[in-house]
Design a protein around this ligand. Structure first.
Ligand SMILES: NC(=O)c1ccc[n+]([C@@H]2O[C@H](COP(=O)([O-])OP(=O)(O)OC[C@H]3O[C@@H](n4cnc5c(N)ncnc54)[C@H](O)[C@@H]3O)[C@@H](O)[C@H]2O)c1
Length: 256
């Protein structure tokens, strides 16, 4: 599928990877519908798209809230006429060990991963992907022109210390990608996932410094990724009409 003159929904588009993806789609002549949580941040991101935010739109929605997602996609359909692609990017971190004990005394319990920490990440990173994927697919199927859905998974889907919630959600996202690719192929809808390693966004800035340092030791290329390297991958996945049902790792060689 070409990017030019097609409509892309990007969730979590106000900053970080989502904004980089939205900008590069806009630069390539695509129309972007930005979804995020905050009016001010959305409007700022929308106005930063080139040239002068023409043909783009922003929609305040919480991806984990069904009514909010359904309304956002209805509004996007109304604004743009059709939906050709979705980048399911919105995500959060609420890291914590399942059971945290004192370094010098392993039977001395400090904390456990709370249900609230668990549920918050599952709600946004897994249920949010499901809800947006469902609404995008519904509109694409009704329009009958095919489409592309790209889900942001993570290298953490293989399991990562301190990330029970995040790893489980991102493994779920990888499984949804394969499932949807199989279900939606007959509608000419392709579904792909990207599993980023470590990228220099606010999400990574919020990681504990020791966790980031530990992670970078395992990156053969020895650096965090540039957000444009994920945007470039989105272009490839949109434009390659034989790519579906697979997760592409963009991680500088990191293996968890
Ligand atoms: N940055 C990395 O190194 C990295 C690595 C692997 C995977 N990822 C994944 O890439 C995606 C983007 O990460 P990022 O680093 O750009 O994050 P970020 O925190 O910089 O940006 C995330 C965006 O999502 C929005 N968002 C959060 N909850 C939302 C909700 N309920 N509804 C709508 N919008 C919501 C936030 O407001 C924010 O604008 C996430 O899915 C993340 O898990 C990132």
């Amino acid at each position: 599928m070409d990017i030019k003159n097609h409509t892309f929904v990007v969730t979590g588009a106000a900053q970080g990877l989502g904004f980089a993806i939205a900008s590069s789609i806009a630069d390539a002549g695509g129309r972007v519908a930005l979804i995020d949580l905050n009016d001010e941040a959305l409007e700022k991101a929308h106005n930063a798209l080139t040239p002068h935010a023409k043909g783009h739109s922003w929609h305040n929605a919480n991806v984990s809230d069904e009514a909010s997602v359904v309304a956002a996609f209805e509004s996007i359909k109304k604004t743009h006429g059709s939906i050709h692609a979705l980048v399911n990017n919105a995500g959060i971190l609420r890291d914590g060990m399942l059971v945290k004990t004192h370094r010098d005394n392993p039977t001395d319990l400090i904390d456990t991963l709370s249900l609230a920490q668990w549920q918050a990440v599952i709600d946004v990173n897994l249920t949010g992907v499901f809800l947006c994927g469902r609404e995008a697919a519904k509109h694409m199927v009704q329009e009958g022109n095919g489409g592309v859905i790209i889900n942001l998974s993570s290298v953490s889907r293989a399991g990562n210390m301190g990330q029970s919630n995040y790893a489980a959600a991102k493994a779920g996202v990888a499984a949804l990608t394969v499932t949807w690719a199989k279900e939606l192929a007959k509608h000419n809808i392709r579904v792909a996932a990207i599993a980023p390693g470590v990228f220099g966004t606010d999400m990574v800035a919020s990681m504990k410094p020791e966790a980031l340092e530990r992670m970078l030791k395992f990156v053969p290329l020895g650096r965090v990724g540039e957000v444009q390297e994920i945007a470039h991958t989105v272009h490839y996945l949109v434009e390659n009409d034989f790519f579906t049902g697979r997760v592409l790792e963009i991680d500088g060689g990191l293996r968890l």
